[in-house]
Design a protein around this ligand. Structure first.
Ligand code: SF4
Ligand code: SF4
Length: 286
């Protein structure tokens, strides 16, 4: 087989594996969303061109291993028939991950559509010191593990208590995971600073005494796994539009591009320059 540039192929999601001229193809699966008509095509490709199996990655992705170099373009054409494309690797923005917040009864934001929106704007964007992972989770239950991402987004809700509608049944006290609610002399007491803004009280209240005021995002920065895993810092809460959220991510990437040293993960850049500097940057224009 002719020569190939392994690094260049890797940047396009085509990763050299063990075995002569064999590659594992990483797909761009946004938010772990795969349709029923894509699955048979994946099975067909794995059978015809691979070794009859696929690999599910830790970040909701799919890889098709054991594809011969000579077959890569054919496989790409087959994938395109069901609107599938290759993912990315190397120092660039990776495919965005998301929980099922759009369907989940706890979901406060439409995590799937937000992930698609972010992915559409930033996927594959390079010129960065290292990889950059973004994850969106629908509520503070954090099933998607936003703190493991370079930039993690958690849906939150700000609520209002309408005391005259409260028929003090105590149900919200029972479900509040943060113990921010308690009954005192048959009156509900709310300690706002304890709240994690999950909105469980809104869901449970049969009398509508808890009202959703506005939905927002808690932003985490600098999380990473690998040899030296660390959880992300909370860089604060943000109540704004999805477009403003995209703008915030744009600012975070600019910060990383401007301040990061080659080979440095976002976390190291933040620790070297200071979290406050990053907060200033991402707050610009919002
Ligand atoms: S993070 Fe929240 S919204 Fe997303 S799947 Fe978990 S419980 Fe549901
Ligand atoms: S669930 Fe509703 S009605 Fe019951 S105590 Fe809480 S706010 Fe009041």
């Amino acid at each position: 087989m002719g020569t190939y540039d392994v690094k260049e192929l890797k940047s396009a999601g085509i990763m050299k594996q063990k075995g002569k001229d064999l590659f594992s193809l990483r797909l761009r699966i946004v938010g772990g969303y795969v349709t029923a008509n894509q699955l048979p095509k994946l099975a067909e490709i794995a059978t015809r061109f691979g070794k009859g199996h696929i690999h599910l990655t830790a970040r909701q992705g799919i890889e098709i291993p054991s594809i011969h170099f000579a077959e890569i373009e054919t496989v790409k054409s087959e994938l395109a028939k069901v609107d599938l494309d290759l993912g990315a690797c190397g120092p660039r923005v990776r495919t965005v991950t998301a929980c099922q917040g759009s369907l989940c009864s706890h979901g406060l934001i439409d995590s799937q559509s937000i992930a698609r929106k972010i992915d559409k704007v930033f996927f594959g964007r390079g010129g960065l010191p290292h990889k950059f992972k973004i994850g969106v989770t629908g509520c503070p239950n954090a099933c998607l593990k936003p703190l493991e991402n370079d930039l993690g987004i958690t849906g939150i809700v700000e609520k209002e208590f309408v005391e005259e509608d409260c028929n003090p049944c105590g149900l919200c006290v029972e479900v509040c995971p943060a113990k921010a609610l308690r009954m005192e002399k048959e009156r509900l007491v709310y300690e706002k600073k304890k709240s994690v803004l999950c909105g469980e009280c809104i869901l449970i209240c049969p009398f509508g005494a808890w009202v959703r005021k506005r939905t927002g995002y808690r932003i985490y920065v600098g999380g990473k796994m690998g040899k030296w895993p660390v959880l992300g810092y909370s860089s604060g809460e943000f109540f704004g539009s999805e477009d403003e959220l995209v703008h915030l991510i744009q600012k975070a990437l600019e910060f990383y591009r401007e301040k990061g040293k080659e080979g440095e993960r976002f976390r190291e850049t933040i620790d070297r320059t200071g979290l406050e500097k990053l907060k200033e940057k991402i707050g610009e224009g919002i």
